[in-house]
Design a protein around this ligand. Structure first.
Ligand code: SF4
Length: 109
């Protein structure tokens, strides 16, 4: 998969929802490359910052965009990996802060 095309496609669909890529472009491209690698490895885009088990059903909460993105954007202005940021953080209305793991421990293998 072409990383630049993936970038443009995700940028467009997410910005329509007021969700933005991190301003650190190197980080964004590193994470997109990991997503593509996970897609090749598992058949789905498992979160690059978490350990997938390889079972799509058990990993479905961490398929990007994960189930935790919306509450993390709301509470911290960024997702766990920092790939996506909120409108408020994009507009510098809030400070960037550490995003703790929200995935329940029982789901982590
Ligand atoms: S933490 Fe970010 S990069 Fe990871 S799956 Fe969730 S939305 Fe995607």
């Amino acid at each position: 998969m072409d990383i630049n095309k993936l970038y443009e496609m995700l940028k467009k669909t997410n910005e329509a929802k007021q969700i933005y890529f991190n301003k650190d472009r190197d980080l964004v491209f590193e994470l997109l490359e990991s997503l593509v690698l996970n897609k090749e490895r598992y058949g789905y885009m498992a979160c690059p910052c978490r350990l997938a088990c390889g079972d799509k059903d058990r990993d479905k909460d961490i398929i990007c965009p994960c189930d935790y993105r919306a509450p993390d954007l709301e509470e911290f202005g960024a997702c766990f990996c920092g790939l996506y940021i909120s409108q408020a953080l994009n507009d510098n209305k809030i400070q960037s802060e550490y995003v703790p793991e929200r995935r329940p421990p029982e789901k982590i293998f």
